[in-house]
Design a protein around this ligand. Structure first.
Ligand code: IPE
Ligand code: IPE
Ligand code: MG
Length: 243
């Protein structure tokens, strides 16, 4: 779907998930280290979060660090972790003032305890907010999430809290990190790669996808608004014959 298509009056997406890709290439194009791109990407993320209320996006989920991103150099990984720490410290007050409810998904066990504590604090600080629900995926992998969920589910079955016959499409997602969120309506990936890289595997079964060539640090709120606007023209059938 392109930006030139007329926007329809259909409902906008309630939950948008974004694979924020292309920071490294953006920096390299400028002869800068990859971390420079991540810093620019973090500024972009702040803008996109801020645009959600006026675009009617109630839930925004952003992919910040995958379970596979540990394969990067130690310098890049530790640079990203310290960027996350600084981002939380710097943005906490303004996110709270803007009524944003922040949650983190992913496995916290492998994260630096200082970062994990900052995440807990930000979740607690913003828990009562009623505006945009911002979910940040850090050390998140869809397969890892399903495996962790299955482990907890198996524990409940073993303890007699859940019957095997009651494991179904309603009960299983209650064990996922996203259990409090609706499924994403729209998944956007920047940087021109047309893959999902282990993001929200279960949840995106019926999501609409938008792959854009722009590198994440160049992704403007106008581009975001254009994609949201054209979403209404999509016909979602969820397997039905349609009309
Ligand atoms: C996305 O940008 C941010 C993270 C994965 C942390 P990349 O760092 O993947 O940028 P490219 O894809 O190498 O350009
Ligand atoms: C996906 O981007 C993860 C994040 C945006 C955090 P990657 O750059 O890690 O994905 P691949 O390696 O291109 O599939
Ligand atoms: Mg990438």
């Amino acid at each position: 779907m392109t930006r030139s298509e007329p926007a329809s009056s259909g409902p906008g997406p309630r939950h948008v998930a974004i694979i924020m890709d292309g920071n490294g290439r953006w920096a390299l194009q400028r002869g800068q280290p990859r971390l420079f791109g991540h810093q620019a990407g973090a500024r972009r993320a702040r803008e996109i979060v801020g645009a959600c209320p006026r675009l009617g996006v109630k839930y925004l989920t952003i992919f910040a660090f995958s379970t596979e991103n540990w394969k990067r150099t130690q310098a890049e990984v530790s640079g990203l972790m310290s960027l996350f720490r600084r981002y939380i410290v710097r943005e906490a007050k303004v996110l709270d003032e803007n009524n944003v409810k922040v949650r983190f998904i992913g496995d916290r066990v492998r994260l630096d305890p200082v970062l994990a504590d900052l995440m807990d604090e930000l979740e607690l600080l913003t828990a009562g907010n009623t505006g945009t629900t911002l979910t940040v995926a850090v050390n998140y992998g869809g397969r890892d999430e399903v495996a962790r969920a299955t482990r907890r589910l198996a524990e409940d079955v073993a303890a007699g809290r859940l019957k095997p016959a009651d494991v179904n499409e309603e009960t299983l997602p209650r064990y996922l990190d996203t259990h409090v969120l609706p499924d994403p309506d729209l998944v956007i990936r920047t940087s021109g790669e047309a893959r999902i890289s282990n993001f929200l595997l279960w949840q995106s079964a019926y999501a609409e996808y938008e792959f854009v060539n722009t590198l994440w640090p160049d992704f403007t709120t106008e581009m975001f608004a254009g994609i949201i606007g054209s979403y209404g023209a999509r016909v979602r059938r969820f397997g039905s014959a349609g009309t």
